[in-house]
Write a protein of this length. Structure first.
Length: 250
């Protein structure tokens, strides 16, 4: 498991930003209560590839300065997140993009939504989108101990999240399990990204479709009519996908 650095001061943030090479790929996840324009956004987890440096930015005390404070190269986090040449990977970017835009006027660019790569590379019907938990359990072949540790942390923190008046992502100091929960949501994204990208053949066109839809998701999420909890979000963007115009590596 990646060991995260909790960043709650601007000097620490500047140090972390200086450790992001220009050619990096970032794997990200946001946390908050009812994360969206209507909820809160308090934590941002970032895993940097290839270094695997992992940090959790405590947005709650830092506010907008988490995104506008420049690193040693003069580039703030906002500029990195909005740079289309820096690859950013999410699992279902929609509410993350919504929260970043609504609360801090950060408009994501250069996004790969790994959930869409899974849907596009999937053999068979594509009607329904899959959640991160299902894909980690089904596709990565983790050993029993790794899988149980990951699942246990998820279950314990979600139980706390479901308690009345609970807002664990705003509670300070942050509990160790809460921090591990945040890491859990990014630590296996690089492996899933690699797996699903390899599963798509160049001739199938699904990689291009997934990238186009990733960009469209960001635009939609930043728009005035976006509904964060809409029931239709469980459906993939391409219907069943069973039209015979793609093939896969197995």
């Amino acid at each position: 498991m990646a060991t995260p650095t909790l960043i709650s001061s601007l000097p620490d943030l500047q140090v972390f930003l200086s450790l992001i090479p220009p050619s990096s790929t970032l794997y990200l996840d946001l946390e908050g209560k009812s994360l969206s324009r209507y909820g809160t956004f308090t934590l941002l987890t970032i895993l940097v590839l290839p270094t695997r440096a992992t940090c959790i930015v405590d947005v709650q005390p830092l506010g907008d300065s988490a995104f506008t404070t420049p690193g040693t190269d003069g580039k703030p986090l906002k500029a990195i997140l909005e740079d289309p040449t820096t690859s950013k990977c999410f699992w279902d970017v929609r509410n993350d993009a919504d929260a970043l835009w609504a609360h801090h006027k950060v408009r994501l660019a250069g996004v790969t939504d790994i959930q869409l790569l899974e849907n596009g590379s999937r053999a068979g019907g594509k009607t329904y989108l899959y959640g991160l938990d299902r894909c980690i359990e089904r596709d990565l072949g983790l050993n029993y101990v790794e899988m149980q540790r990951w699942v246990r942390t998820k279950q314990e923190v979600r139980a706390l999240m479901n308690m009345p008046n609970s807002d664990i992502f705003s509670r300070r100091p942050l509990d160790a399990k809460t921090l591990q929960y945040c890491v859990n949501d990014v630590v296996y994204l690089p492996a899933l990204h690699k797996l699903y990208a390899k599963r798509i053949t160049k001739s199938s066109g699904w990689l291009g479709k997934a990238m186009d839809e990733s960009a469209r998701r960001v635009v939609e999420a930043c728009g005035p009519r976006y509904v964060p909890q809409h029931e239709n979000k469980k459906f993939g963007p391409w219907g069943s996908g069973l039209n015979g115009d793609f093939d896969f590596w197995f």
